[in-house]
Ligand binder design. Sequence first.
Ligand code: GLU
Length: 474
Amino acid sequence: MIRVRFAPSPTGYLHVGGLRTALYNYLLARRHGGQFLLRVEDTDQSRLVPDAVQNILDNLAWAGISPDEGAGCQPEGAHGPYVQSQRLPIYRKYADQLLEAGLAYRCFATAEELAEMRQNHGGYDRRYRDFDVAEAQKRADAGEAHVIRMKVPAGETIDFDDLVRGHVRFDSAQVDDQVILKSDGFPTYHLAAVVDDHEMEITHVIRGEEWLTSTPKHLLLYRFFGWTPPRFAHLSLVVNISGKKLSKRDGDVSVDEYRGQGYLPAGLLNFLALLGWSNGDNREVWSLEDMEQVFALERVHPSPAVFDFDKLRHINQQHLFAMDDEAIADLLPEWFAKEGVALPERAYLVRVVGLMKQRCALLPDFVGGARYFYADPESYDEATAKKRWKPESGELVQEFATRLEALPQWQAADLEAALRQLCEEKGQGAAALIHPVRLGVSGVGGGPGLFEMLEVLGREVCVRRLRKAAEGLK
Ligand code: GLU
């Protein structure tokens, strides 16, 4: 049984890189009928953000990739607790076990000593590694502050087969005697992650590349405990178009921001999945369900993944376009509320969606980008007016309004026929009326097909707007 975990530190809101990591874990679990866990790694108590866990859970739920087991699940599952700060006795027990086995030692170095070592030796000089064990115990019993460090063996190669990066090797000389238990009784990430991955029966650890250099420490800990390590897969960095690690400066990085802009979960997930994964073909548009069928870590590339905002938009647009009009309309009430536009009647909205779908990349585009479907224009785009509104336009538009009032049918084809006929009678090309009519009813120069738009807007609205434009525009 494949068991994977997403193990965020609640030091901030979920960002897109984190969502990608969660997604890959989720996909591997789904592909193989496995389980996807959520574990909260809150061992660094100084960096906690109070509602970060809630934010992470909310966003995973929004994305449709909620965990099967762990923090936030009802019930949580059989391997809990899933919040590391609630597991302190467990880590203590394992740290003691390593102490007893001589694989770890107490270190009493003070902050000043450590600072001095960093300066003069480039790191911890292992001064307590061979310290008398009984003496160390005595000092600890007397309440002297100390940490527990793992005893990293010298002169060894630590290697493993990463499922994304292939064979990876480290020289143990590069690994310092890592602290595993801090003086406040909290474990470090290394001890906590290894203990939990073991106790929670994790089979595959999928995480960001920034954790690659931690892996030799983890592998040593597995060996110290006599446990079989899981398989590892380290995902590439997400970078901006200049190849630098994606940061706030490049644009939005939190999932909330993308939600707030009206991306679909399916669009964002599709885009994030392609940041490092492909199915070996050039297929670009994927539903979550389709990815679940084929996802494989062997097809995740180790090279940095470029976060291309235009591509994200483009993919989102394709997901919107593939949705049916009713389903899109279901999502729109919150966007009307946000933009302060009154929600139109449902049947009308569905027709607007059908007309506008092709031109909308994000959900709010159906509101802000289609305002003329919900209110008469208050002004007319100046450049368009200058170019398209001729001295004779007013009279033509008035006459067209009069014909529309009398039209027996109100279908796009009838509207088009009426317009063409009027132009012919006046010895004008159709463009002489098409552009002014569009400007008059919408206030802008572009939009969906004119006659479909008029049909949806309805007779009363069209006539009113055309008369107003004919009087107002010069
Ligand atoms: N807590 C780590 C993080 O915030 C998790 C690293 C791991 O998955 O082992 O990314």
